[in-house]
Structures are given as structure tokens and as C-alpha cells.
Ligand binder design. Structure first.
Ligand code: FAD
Ligand code: NAP
Length: 348
């Protein structure tokens, strides 16, 4: 099943037409192991692929692009007292293979009446990639419902279990972006949702949505919150199927008190939130203020409703995207003294 010289355009939401020296989809653990054996024999680097919604292909990939397509989704209802550290209430444990679609998992849990994942509706991609950057939206992160994951160590071929603590989750961050980078293939993720539900609706966009729709904060359900998130996202984020993109292109920078104070004095309308280690600035606001929203050049550009999203309507190569990102980051640095770091991973 390992194919040589494959176009990766259908496998990345930026629709960049880079080629992989080899490509295969693994639908089982055995197939993953076979693919790893092939890569080892041919001394090939590996590009693990889920939905391709958080990668930028800057050139052809000189190794094996390994699409993790394992399927399997189980909901296990828990009796009261079945929780380990999460309380003694009943709830549900969700066991999902890496190739399951994230949004479908969220909607299934909402349909079954469980809360906890609704703020994460409509995030593209597969479950296997969700722990890599501890996906988050509207104040909720994967780590809030995470129990454990199983990953295959590339070097040894051994299956290893990681608890939440071992994953070292942070803000759009985990051990898989740090010390464990490129060492593991995530095969299965286990989540735990409690039957006791608290809506997380502090984000202004959600508040505004509920007030416009006359929905009282006391009458919210996971399904109502999921619908709101879907509506809001559809209204301001480009659907990658129509306009190629990778979501937020830059992380929201966290700056120290001194820089925050001087920026706030110069720009009273600065969008900033107090964080554990300083002030989190809305990168989209900085890019917008620098005049980039709606910009287009050489088939790539900046989304007109959210300046944090770079788009590739011309299906151009990765270097066009990277050049635009560099221009934007350098302009923001020059105008605000703030360094922007890309969120998606660049390959090779
Ligand atoms: P891919 O892009 O395929 O891979 C991402 C990285 O993970 C790569 O380094 C890849 O090698 C690695 N990887 C993938 N699968 C595995 C695996 N099984 N084992 C080991 N490594 C693996 N992100 C958010 O956090 N919040 C958002 O709200 C959000 N909104 C988005 C909106 C849009 C329109 C888009 C296009 C993206 C958005 N993203 C968001 C980013 C992205 O959807 C997430 O990061 C998602 O988890 C990526 O999943 P994927 O399967 O597409 O990963
Ligand atoms: P938004 O609601 O317009 O908010 C703008 C920025 O302000 C966001 O970056 C958000 O930070 C921050 N923010 C807003 N209210 C906050 C609060 N009460 N407390 C702390 N921070 C607050 O953002 P948006 O672009 O429409 O995105 C909505 C949500 O989806 C955000 O959480 C965003 O991260 C997520 N999203 C992520 C991606 C991605 O690719 N990573 C793409 C699209 C949307 P945070 O980003 O830290 O939440």
C-alpha cells in the first residue's frame, strides 16, 4: 500500500501541491508498524498526517507521509463512583482512534447529551492530532476532558501510554511539540466527560450571540452552545474546503507587563487578556491594525473577516505562504515591537 511520489495537495487544507517521496494510509496498528519498518529500511523521515489542517508544506517531503487512518469510536457510560480523579459522578468515557474526525466526535457527544466538548465544535482535523497542540477554543482546551492516550514510539515500535500530566499540556502546547517531538505516533485518545456540566461562555462572541438570540444563560445546554460556536465560526472563519487555510497562522503572543503597558498607552483599544506569565495579545488584532486584513498577493492573502487566518485561494506553493507570513510578522514587529510565531508546523 506504500505508494511512491504522491501529491499531498488533497492531504493539507492549505492545498499546497507538494509531493511526498512515499505515501501510505495506515488503517490499523499493524499497518502503522509495517509502514515504520519500510521507513526504517529506506532511512526515510516520517511525516505523520491527520487532516492536514495545521501543517504548511514548504517543499516536497523527502520521506514517508504516513496518514493515520485508524477508525474506532466508543462511548462507555460510567456508573456513579467510576471516576478516578475527576469526581465520583457518572459520566462517559470516550475511546477514539487517531483517524476519527474531531468535529464528529464532538457532535456525537453533544447528541448523547454530554457536555464538555461543545466549545471545541468545528475544529478541523482528526483526534490523533488534537493532543499535539492541546486544541482549544472559546476558553476550553482538550486537556479539560483528557484522560490518556496511547502512542507508538517510532524508534522502538513500543506502545506507550501518556496521562494528562505526562502530556505536559500548555496553551496550544504539549510534550509532543517539545521533548517528545517527532518521536511518537498517537494511535488512540481517551476522554472523560462528567455528567455535571458547567457552560463556558465568557468569550464576548458567545455572550453577544446568546443575547442576540434571546437565549438566557440559565437555559443553555451543550447542544445550544455547540450551535452557537458553529454559527460564530461559520460567520468569521473561512471553510477550508472553499478557501484553503490552516486556521490561526500565528499564536497569540504573551508579552511582559512593561510592553503591555506601553502598548496599551499607545493603543487604548488593544485586545489583551491577563495570562499566567504576562499578557496575551490577540495576534489577529495586531495584524488587522497593521493594515493586512483582506490583503491579497500572488494568490495568497489574509482573510477579510479574521486577520489571523492566512488563505491560499490560488493554491500556491508553500514558499508564497511563508513569504507572506514573514512580511506580516516583520511588519507587526516593526509597528508594535511584538514577535509573532507561526502556529502550524512547517515541513520538511
Ligand atoms: P495535521 O495538520 O494532520 O497535523 C498537525 C501536526 O500533528 C503535524 O505536525 C502532524 O505531523 C502531527 N500529527 C497529526 N496526527 C498525528 C498523530 N496521530 N500522531 C502524531 N503526530 C500527529 N486549532 C485549535 O487548537 N483551535 C481551533 O479553534 C482551531 N481552529 C481551526 C480552524 C480552521 C479553519 C483550521 C483550518 C484549523 C484550525 N485549528 C484549530 C488548527 C487544527 O485544526 C488543529 O491543530 C487540529 O488538531 C489539526 O488536526 P489535523 O488532523 O488536521 O492535524
Ligand atoms: P475571538 O473570539 O475574536 O477572540 C480574539 C482573541 O481574544 C482570541 O485569540 C482569544 O484568545 C482572546 N479572547 C477573547 N475572549 C477571551 C477571554 N474571555 N479570555 C481570554 N482570551 C480571550 O477569536 P476568534 O478568532 O473568533 O476565535 C475564537 C476561538 O477559536 C478562540 O479561542 C481561538 O483560539 C479559536 N480558534 C483557533 C484557531 C486555530 O487555528 N488555532 C482558529 C480559529 C479559531 P484564545 O485564542 O487564546 O482563545
Amino acid at each position: 500500500m506504500i505508494q511512491p511520489d504522491v501529491d499531498l495537495q488533497p492531504y493539507n487544507t492549505m492545498t499546497i501541491a507538494a509531493r511526498a517521496k512515499y505515501f501510505c494510509t495506515a488503517s490499523s496498528l499493524d499497518e502503522v508498524r509495517e509502514a515504520l519498518l519500510f521507513a526504517r529500511e529506506h532511512k526515510l523521515p516520517i511525516l505523520p498526517l491527520g487532516g492536514g489542517s495545521n501543517i504548511v508544506l514548504t517543499d516536497d517531503f523527502p520521506g514517508l507521509a504516513l496518514h493515520l487512518g485508524m477508525r474506532g469510536l466508543e462511548f462507555e457510560t460510567l456508573a456513579a463512583g467510576a471516576g478516578s480523579d475527576k469526581s465520583t459522578d457518572s459520566g462517559v468515557r470516550i475511546r477514539a482512534a487517531a483517524g476519527e474526525n474531531w468535529h464528529q466526535l464532538v457532535m456525537r457527544s453533544v447528541e448523547l447529551g454530554y457536555g464538555g466538548l461543545e466549545n471545541l465544535a468545528l475544529i478541523p482535523g482528526n483526534i490523533g492530532a488534537a493532543p499535539i497542540q492541546n486544541i482549544g477554543a472559546y476558553g476550553v482546551e482538550l486537556k479539560d476532558s483528557f484522560e490518556q492516550l496511547t502512542a507508538l514510539e517510532i524508534e522502538s515500535g513500543e506502545l506507550v501510554t501518556f496521562t494528562a500530566e505526562q502530556c505536559q499540556f500548555g496553551y496550544r502546547d504539549s510534550i509532543f511539540k517539545g521533548p517528545a517531538k517527532d518521536r511518537f505516533l498517537i494511535c488512540e485518545v481517551v476522554l472523560r466527560l462528567s455528567s455535571i456540566w458547567q457552560p463556558h461562555v465568557s468569550y464576548p462572541a458567545l455572550q453577544q450571540h446568546f443575547s442576540e438570540h434571546g437565549q438566557s444563560p440559565d437555559a443553555l445546554t451543550p447542544a445550544i452552545v455547540a450551535d452557537a460556536v458553529i454559527d460564530i465560526r461559520n460567520s468569521k472563519l473561512p471553510n477550508p474546503v472553499e478557501i484553503p487555510n490552516t486556521g490561526s497562522f500565528f499564536k497569540n503572543p504573551v508579552v511582559d507587563e512593561q510592553l503591555y503597558t506601553s502598548l496599551k498607552a499607545a493603543h487604548p483599544e488593544l485586545v489583551a487578556f491577563e495570562a499566567v506569565d504576562g499578557w496575551k495579545l490577540a495576534a489577529g488584532w495586531l495584524i488587522d491594525q497593521a493594515g493586512w486584513r483582506g490583503f491579497r498577493k500572488n494568490g495568497v492573502g489574509v482573510h477579510d473577516r479574521q486577520a489571523l487566518v492566512l488563505v491560499n485561494p490560488g493554491h500556491r506553493c508553500g514558499s508564497e505562504v511563508v513569504n507572506l507570513a514573514r512580511e506580516i510578522a516583520s511588519d507587526v514587529q516593526h509597528k508594535f515591537g511584538v514577535t509573532l510565531e507561526p502556529e502550524p508546523r512547517f515541513y520538511p
